[in-house]
Design a protein around this ligand. Structure first.
Ligand code: MF3
Ligand code: CO
Length: 260
């Protein structure tokens, strides 16, 4: 991992352009997986689809082999929050599944996650995913020169708290990204504004709120990877990689060229 005091890597415009390529590979992989989600599909099939898109792009799946992780995506269903391992489990109507994916192009990383509803989900689950994605975009909108790091988490938290009584997971957080998937700084999804380092042009960050219908307490299953809510209430997870440019935030893992 990285240390909290590590300096934040600054990328040149050319390097950010390569990170955009990595981000687009991730976006295309997630789009392909989203289109394949339906009742009956297994998470191993979804993993194969993502892996194929990454391979066809000539990129490298960053998760595969990361601390021994065995797949190209994390697939986390219902009470699973993050780091679920793809396998023979088939999706059921009404499930919510988070798909997290990372790719490397010429040594530069992209990392993103979406939550997808399977068939007809319960209204509170639809709302959970909507609020979680909205909180991601509230955080992304803070990513500009002159903001302080904690403005991001504050915006995420405010978004969730003003729109719901959902829980915000605290044990897993966002991170800097660049020549490694996980770099300084750590990016919590909560906190006071106006603290921490000033954000500067050339930084790249992965913002990833994890929100649950119940308590924010989590535990890791005996597989050593899968993070579940302790109360087994369902969760949602959304993530983008974003860069700071002279013009403002550039969402590197969005399919459209989103520059907020
Ligand atoms: N993408 C996750 C994150 O955002 C990490 C995946 S862990 C891995 O931090 F082991 F699957 F790579
Ligand atoms: Co991440």
């Amino acid at each position: 991992m990285f240390r909290k005091k590590d300096s934040i890597q600054i990328k040149s415009p050319d390097q950010l352009a390569v990170m955009r390529q990595a981000g687009l590979v991730v976006a295309h992989a997630l789009q392909a997986v989203e289109q394949a989600v339906r009742p009956g599909v297994t998470t191993a099939q979804l993993d194969e689809i993502a892996h194929q898109v990454i391979r066809d792009a000539g990129a490298t799946p960053s998760f595969l082999g990361y601390h021994g992780y065995p797949a190209a995506i994390c697939s986390s269903i219902n009470e699973e929050v993050v780091h679920g391992i793809p396998g023979p489990r088939a999706l059921l109507d009404g499930d919510i599944i988070s798909i997290d994916c990372g790719a490397i192009v010429d040594g530069w990383h992209g990392d993103a996650a979406i939550s997808v509803l399977v068939g007809q989900a319960a209204p509170e689950v639809v709302e959970l995913s909507r609020v979680t994605e909205a909180s991601l975009w509230a955080g992304l909108a803070q990513v500009r020169e002159g903001s302080r790091l904690s403005d991001i988490g504050h915006a995420v938290e405010q978004c969730v708290r003003t729109q719901s009584d959902f829980g915000i997971i605290e044990e897993y957080i966002g991170h800097g990204i660049g020549t490694a998937m996980h770099m300084a700084p750590p990016i919590p999804n909560y906190g006071d504004p106006g603290r921490g380092p000033l954000l500067k042009v050339g930084m790249a960050l992965a913002i990833e709120p994890m929100v649950t219908l119940g308590s924010p307490e989590v535990q890791v299953l005996v597989d050593g990877w899968t993070v579940v809510t302790s109360d087994r209430r369902w969760a949602s997870h959304w993530e983008h990689t974003v860069a700071i440019t002279e013009q403002g935030p550039w969402v590197l893992t969005a399919l459209d060229d989103v520059r907020l």
